[in-house]
Design a protein around this ligand. Structure first.
Ligand SMILES: [Fe+2]
Length: 464
């Protein structure tokens, strides 16, 4: 299946929308970096594309490298840094990305190497390593690039903010043009750039679209489901609609493990657990399990929460999560000290009961996959400092009883104890991929200073 058709299908066919404008934006795939069109029923008509070498993903990646974040996929760090700066470099960066009257965009290739030179793309210790994408002309325009070990100055923060603003400008220009052209209010977004949850959260304010959907894995991993859907629809007899329509409203499609698996693991790790002075309780009553876990969260403890099927896609959404108290000013420092050791500017995210969204956020949208960032209501920000970013925003996950009853019950318990229907949620890992299997979770727990590990119905507490 063609790359961008797979992207578009991966969003539209699981969105529950019967018709929508479809947009895919990424680095490159099959020589294109963006595609758009209309989805209707089981059909997708691609109406336009942006071809190599022009690419918004490439622009963002080049600026990420320039700002001293060299790893593949570091763009989210620039997105997190942006609110600390002012958009002082729009004039300069508009020279790199030129919006076109047809809604599309072009790069000024003076500033990019990928169209004219060999850019290295190699594997280094199991990670992709991409060579420098920008030319010396970018340093002539903006000054010397930051090296990874250099301190972040205000100018770097301003450049991060400007990079994000230019990406948003080009995206909203495209979306607004497409809305005028197609006259439909629903939008399905996909492609690696659909991971830009900050831009996604501003779509309602900056374009006429009324509803937007992006699924849990909008990047190339998600192309798998899109390709499968296209093949399935192609094989349906003509004029026959599929018998059931699937809506992806949760991401819990990965491996799962039973209490029996946990018991076997704990039996084999008895020595390590007793050396670490751990107390183990087996609580079959989920109410009690949630009560005790919520109390631990409210006491400022750091909880590893391992339940059910692992999340599909890059985000931990309450089944492989580390949880904390959003009310504590020092929670970010505690988490960074005990486990994460990540850059101080990066925010932690709130998971909130679906029914409480409107009370706490300036939206009432569904955000099951943390794909949209919204403003926290100004009067609520001081109550949840650990999940309020410097600009007052939060990358929320809306939690529904129907799709994750145990996680919902836990947050409900936390609300009963504290009045706040929100927990801090971050991925269950420490400088490694998110844990999948219970042995990885236990290993991470024992290796770090995490206070509590909940493995299914087992509550494992490190004694103070
Ligand atoms: Fe892609």
């Amino acid at each position: 299946m063609e790359h961008h058709l797979s992207h578009l299908a991966s969003s539209f066919f699981v969105s529950s929308y019967q018709d929508a404008v479809l947009v895919s934006v990424d680095g490159f795939g099959d020589f294109a970096s963006a595609a758009w069109g209309i989805g209707e029923g089981t059909k997708i008509n691609i109406d336009g594309k942006v071809y190599f070498p022009h690419s918004l993903g490439m622009f963002y990646q080049a600026m990420t490298q320039y700002l001293g974040f060299p790893n593949y996929g570091d763009e989210y760090k620039v997105m997190g840094l942006a609110p600390y700066g002012e958009p002082r470099y729009l004039k300069e960066l508009r020279q790199l990305v030129k919006c076109q009257t047809d809604g599309s965009f072009k790069l000024d290739l003076t500033y990019f190497r990928h169209a004219t030179e060999k850019v290295e793309y190699e594997w280094l210790n199991c990670s992709p390593k991409v060579g420098i994408l920008y030319t010396p002309a970018l340093e002539d325009l903006l000054g010397k690039a930051r090296q990874a070990n250099e301190p972040l100055t205000q100018a770097h923060k301003d450049l991060a903010r400007s990079t994000q603003a230019i990406y948003e400008e080009a995206l909203f220009h495209l979306l607004t043009t497409l809305h005028t052209r197609y006259q439909r209010d629903k939008l399905c977004l996909a492609g690696g750039c659909a991971m830009n949850s900050v831009a996604n959260g501003k779509i309602y304010q900056n374009t006429p679209f009324k509803k937007m959907y992006a699924q849990a894995a909008p990047g190339d991993a998600g192309g798998a489901i899109g390709a499968a859907y296209v093949a399935w629809h192609q094989q349906q007899p003509a004029n026959q609609s599929p018998t059931s329509v699937f809506t992806m409203n949760h991401a819990y499609w990965g491996p799962e493990f039973t209490d029996n698996d946990f018991k076997k693991l704990l039996d084999t790790k008895q020595v390590e657990l007793s050396t670490a002075d751990c107390h183990i309780q087996y609580l079959t009553d989920e109410q009690q399990l949630c009560e005790k876990t919520a109390t631990a969260i409210a006491e400022g403890k750091v909880i590893g929460w391992f339940q059910g099927r692992m999340e599909w896609g890059p985000r931990a959404l309450g089944n492989r999560s580390i949880l904390g108290d959003p009310r504590r000013h020092d929670m970010k420092d505690i988490l960074n000290h005990k486990i994460k050791r990540r850059e101080s500017f990066r925010p932690f995210a709130p998971a909130i009961l679906r029914e409480s969204v409107l009370d706490w956020f300036e939206t009432d949208d569904d955000v099951p996959f943390m794909m949209k960032v919204f403003s926290i209501r100004p009067q609520k920000r001081a109550e949840i400092p650990a999940v309020t970013h410097v600009d007052g925003s939060g990358r929320l996950q809306t939690v529904e009883q129907q799709t994750n009853p145990l996680y919902y019950q836990l947050i409900q318990q936390f609300q009963q104890q504290t009045g706040v229907p929100i927990v801090l949620n971050t991925s269950f890992n420490e400088n490694e991929p998110v844990v999948c299997r219970p042995e990885e979770a236990l290993d991470c727990f024992l290796r770090t200073k995490m206070d509590v590990l909940v493995l299914g119905h087992y509550l494992i507490t490190r004694q103070a």
